[in-house]
Ligand binder design. Structure first.
Ligand code: DGL
Length: 278
């Protein structure tokens, strides 16, 4: 199937909202010749507290939209969707699909010195045990601690990166990890890298500076490069500006989107009315 795809076609990256821009930015930095389409389901975010069936339904409708845009590869830049829908998406897809759980687990095991691994994620990602399974597959018997952190997404969206409330919430979530032998913590949600400073401070204070904090963004960009190479789908051409599609009105998104995208100028945003099943 991938041999019918066009190397010049864009890569489609999607998330429940804007957090996946942290992954899109890593892909853009690592593979600057590729064309990127970012899709953020800003009208229906957050996914992290919804039922798995709803998450799968939303994800299938977005993959359908991206396929109609002619993408050559789909990146599921959302831990919650990767945890629950990657099987369905890969099955129904005519293009390769890359998720963020495998790359995140790999990055954690690369960073770990053999200690326990902790996963901070949305409640739905934790309930799926997807990170636990991905780690156990690569390192059988390794202790894995999972902590659901539902308050971190709104704090990141609010831009409260260094706010006292964020520091307090981070300490509360991390307290159960004291004396567990954890040496690596996965930021298992696309929003959490923005709160790295507050999480780092709480980890240093409660557990120690030896604990590594990892996220999936760079490791996912590596996977994307590998999959493109495997299918002969690398693009060689002049740099093309990324494009963004959002399901809520873009006006509401730009300040938050800029935080996730980083220093570069934000791609142009287009509103799309996604009708499921259309
Ligand atoms: N993007 C989601 C994730 O990585 C978090 C936001 C949400 O709950 O939709 O899990």
């Amino acid at each position: 199937m991938p041999h019918t795809l066009d190397p010049d076609a864009p890569i489609g990256v999607f998330d429940s909202g804007l957090g996946g821009l942290t992954v899109a930015a890593a892909i853009d930095a690592h593979l600057p010749d590729e064309r990127l389409i970012y899709f953020g389901d800003t009208a229906r975010v957050p996914y992290g507290t919804r039922s798995p069936a709803t998450v799968v339904r939303y994800a299938v409708s977005i993959a359908d939209f991206l396929r109609k845009q002619g993408v050559k590869l789909i990146v599921v830049a959302c831990n919650t969707v990767s945890a629950h829908a990657i099987g369905e998406l890969a099955e129904g897809e005519t293009v390769p699909v890359v998720g963020v759980i495998g790359p995140g687990a790999r990055a954690a095991l690369d960073a770990s010195k053999g200690g326990a691994v902790a996963v901070l994620a949305t409640p739905v990602t934790v309930a799926s045990n997807a990170y636990r399974r991905a780690i156990e597959r690569r390192a059988p018997g390794r202790a894995v601690h999972q902590i659901a952190c539902p308050l971190l997404v709104p704090l990141a969206e609010e831009g409260w990166f260094d706010h006292p409330v964020t520091h307090m919430v981070a300490r509360e979530y991390l307290a159960p990890l004291v004396d567990t032998g954890v040496d690596t913590i996965i930021l298992g949600c696309t929003h959490y890298p923005l709160l790295r400073g507050a999480i780092r401070a709480a980890v240093d204070d409660l557990i120690g500076p030896h604990v590594a904090l990892v996220d999936s963004a760079r490791a996912t960009a590596d996977d994307v490069a590998r999959v493109l190479d495997r299918h002969g789908l690398r693009r060689a051409g002049a740099r093309a500006a990324p494009r963004m599609f959002l399901t809520d009105h873009p006006r509401r998104a730009s300040a938050v989107a800029q935080r996730f995208w980083g220093g570069e100028r934000l791609p142009p945003m287009t509103h799309v009315d996604l009708r499921e099943g259309s």
